[in-house]
Design a protein around this ligand. Structure first.
Ligand code: BES
Ligand code: MN
Ligand code: ZN
Length: 482
């Protein structure tokens, strides 16, 4: 699918289909409908279309018209809130993606100044990029590609920058989805490390720390997770330089458990396949880095991914084992299924050497977060008010929802251990909060936020698959740092 800005005459685009918006509260027949000479009278067409927001009607054009069909689309009212314009964009994108036409012109004139803080060209480009997404890597029979291959965004204003931005963000989201959907036997720590090296062709500097180097750095906590697996752990580093060397980087840290069996604290069998998604935090970091590099944002960014597989075996870490983290703090591993925090704490200690401006870690960390917030919002924790409010701003701007959760000392106390500096679990109550409190112990003195995406990163059931969240939130956060 190829999107382009079109600033001249609608007819000159020469598309098969012409998409025309009809205002919410008016039946003003645009001159274009007359121009295209529909087989329907405009009055009849509008009658069938009806008045409901986002209703649509595709009608054939007369033989001598410049397009073969017209897609009429009823707009939401012009004082509509942002989320309604996002809904409009995704519905329209889905409809456009399913059109038989090979090309269409979308008449955006008149729409651009109606949508408030939403850049409608960017929003539509983003929605289209996602609407055509499919994951068919391991299907032997792939569905034929979608018909539509060219979409012209027509308006007097040149929308090419917005289109490009929307496409780059969609690519990042789709990369995140691809990685999440990839099965655990293909998406290993080594696969993720190789991908990071491949991303160097986007101007990113990548390097990989192997288990030997991690051992030398004292990352006993991270290594205790990969101990039971045949797959070696990898600490993956990606550096993007878009600003001067003296500009402090922003840091993203991703949980990359490529499969989480629970280890010796083995998970029950039901839906265990979904633990291939336990690297979605890492996937969102890859997607965001990809988008940032494509957009050539004038910022510096450092990404750290803690990649490991959590397996039971004769070499696996056992409940009660005590491990020493890179920070020197000791951890009693009371439950080997609370492994995300064990890999993240060492990655968080490591990233401090880059003296980042802010650190955000992203992790499918706790089932408890799914109980607390369901699949609608990611759990947001932060030790810095400004950082929290910046992330929440991006969240409400993009509709990629996040909800602030507390890091109070009462919760932190639940991590006390009789045998080490802390335990890796804090009991049954407030499981998402105590997991975040654990991470907070490794980010003292840093501006740090944590996103628990256990409920938002993928869907279960019939629509099972990675969502690409929170790439949009993270990209917007970084765009807003410029
Ligand atoms: N990856 C899981 C969290 C998870 C579970 C995400 C289900 C989405 C759906 C994490 O490693 C884990 O197993 N957490 C445990 C922590 C517990 C042992 C304190 C959990 O949530 O049950
Ligand atoms: Mn686990
Ligand atoms: Zn996990």
């Amino acid at each position: 699918m190829q999107l382009s800005a079109w600033t001249s005459d609608l007819a000159a685009a020469g598309a098969d289909c012409l998409t025309i918006f009809i205002d919410h509260d008016s039946n003003l027949v645009s001159e274009h409908i007359e121009a295209i000479k529909s087989q329907f009278s405009p009055d009849k067409a509008l009658g069938i279309l009806g008045g409901a927001a986002n209703s649509s009607l595709e009608i054939p054009a007369k033989d001598d018209a410049h397009a073969k069909s017209i897609l009429l689309w009823r707009l939401p009212s012009s004082n509509t809130e942002s989320h309604k314009w996002r809904e409009f964009s995704s519905k329209l994108a889905a409809r456009l993606a399913s059109l038989k036409a090979e090309s269409t012109t979308v008449d955006l004139s008149g729409l651009m100044n109606k949508t408030g803080e939403i850049d409608i060209a960017e929003e539509l480009a983003l929605a289209l990029g996602q609407a055509v997404y499919r994951y068919e890597e391991f299907k032997s029979k792939k569905k034929p590609a979608r018909q539509i291959n060219k979409i012209f965004f027509a308006s007097t204003e040149d929308s090419s920058k917005s289109i490009e931005r929307g496409e780059f963000i969609a690519q990042g989201i789709n990369l995140c989805r691809d990685l999440g959907n990839k099965p655990g036997n293909a998406c290993t720590p080594t696969y993720l490390a190789d991908l990071a090296l491949e991303m160097q062709n986007l101007g990113i500097k990548s390097s990989i720390l192997e288990e030997k180097e991690m051992r030398e750095l004292g990352m006993g906590s991270l290594l205790s997770v990969s101990a039971g697996s045949e797959e070696p752990a990898k600490l993956i580093l990606m550096e993007y330089h878009g600003a001067s060397d003296s500009t402090k980087p922003h840091a993203l840290v991703g949980k990359g458990i490529t499969f989480d069996t629970g280890g010796i604290s083995l998970k029950p069998g039901a839906a265990m396949d979904e633990m291939k998604f336990d690297m979605c935090g890492a996937a969102s970091v890859f997607g965001t880095v990809h988008a940032v590099a494509k957009m050539k944002l004038p910022i510096n960014l450092i990404a750290v991914i803690a990649a490991a597989e959590n397996m039971p075996s004769g070499k696996a870490t056992k409940p009660g084992d005590v491990v020493t983290s890179m920070s020197g703090q000791t951890i009693e591993v009371l439950n080997t299924d609370a492994e995300g925090r064990l890999v993240l704490c060492d990655a968080l200690s490591y990233v401090a050497r880059y003296e980042p401006e802010t650190i955000i870690d992203i992790a499918t960390l706790t089932g408890a977060c799914v109980i607390a917030l369901g699949s609608h919002a990611s759990g947001l924790y932060a030790n810095d008010e400004q950082l929290a409010s910046d992330i929440l701003d991006s969240s409400s701007k993009t509709g990629d929802k996040a909800w602030r959760m507390p890091l109070w000392p009462e919760y932190d106390k639940q991590l006390d251990s009789n045998f080490a500096d802390m335990a890796n679990i804090g009991g049954r109550e407030a499981g998402s909060v105590t997991a975040a409190c654990f991470l907070a112990r490794f980010t003292k003195g840093q501006k740090w936020a944590h996103l628990d995406i256990a409920g938002t990163a993928w869907k279960s059931g019939k629509a099972k698959g990675a969502t690409g969240r929170p790439v949009r939130l993270l990209t917007d956060y970084l765009i807003s740092r410029v």
